[in-house]
Design a protein around this ligand. Structure first.
Ligand SMILES: [Zn+2]
Length: 187
């Protein structure tokens, strides 16, 4: 008997569930604590989504490689965007901003549509992407959302890169730099 694929263990839940999670967290925690809990939930989800992704690629029977090491950069990101779109999260565009940092952008990301006046950004997604990408890269990666539809921007935009580089970007943003400037000034 072969092991069950992850795709056999897929559930579908309404997108409104994400809004419900945001509300429940906001009821009990201050914004900083709430953001951290959402991020932690996402971090726990990321590795399972990663495993599901590769089963989904294998089962799609498309003329593309099905082993992680055989994927080119463009192929990988296109398939990953298709995967998140298929799950209902939204599409993701990729742009390399710096050797240590790339940006993932989405104009239809579902967490950005959570109707909530106190939207703190797509914290669940920052955790999901970090958990997912850490497993892809097999090293410590960080994800930071720098634009969000939930807080009035035209798109959600996540920076992903080494924890060290993202920490430097975050600290410069805290001092008032725009994220693009903070990334450009990385060594
Ligand atoms: Zn967002």
């Amino acid at each position: 008997m072969s092991d069950a694929l992850q795709t056999d263990n897929l559930i579908s839940i309404p997108a409104a569930t994400i809004a419900a999670i945001h509300r429940a967290v906001a009821n009990d925690l201050d914004p900083t604590g709430g953001a951290e809990l959402l991020r932690q939930i996402g971090l726990q989800m990321g590795p399972a989504l990663h495993d599901h992704f590769w089963d989904w690629v294998a089962e799609s029977r498309m003329a593309v490689p099905t082993e992680p090491g055989n994927f080119g950069f463009e192929d990988f990101w296109r398939r990953l965007s298709d995967f998140f779109d298929y799950l209902g999260f939204g599409t993701l565009g990729i742009e390399q901003l710096h050797p240590a940092v790339f940006a993932l952008s989405s104009s239809d990301w579902i967490e950005g549509e959570v109707a909530d006046n106190g939207h703190q950004g797509c914290q669940l997604t920052t955790g999901v992407l970090a958990g997912f990408l850490r497993k892809v890269a097999d090293r410590d990666l960080a994800v930071l959302e720098v634009e969000c539809r939930g807080t009035g921007d035209d798109q959600c935009r996540f920076l992903a890169g080494s924890a060290d580089a993202l920490q430097q970007v975050f600290e410069r943003m805290q001092l008032g730099s725009a994220y693009a400037e903070a990334v450009a000034n990385l060594g």
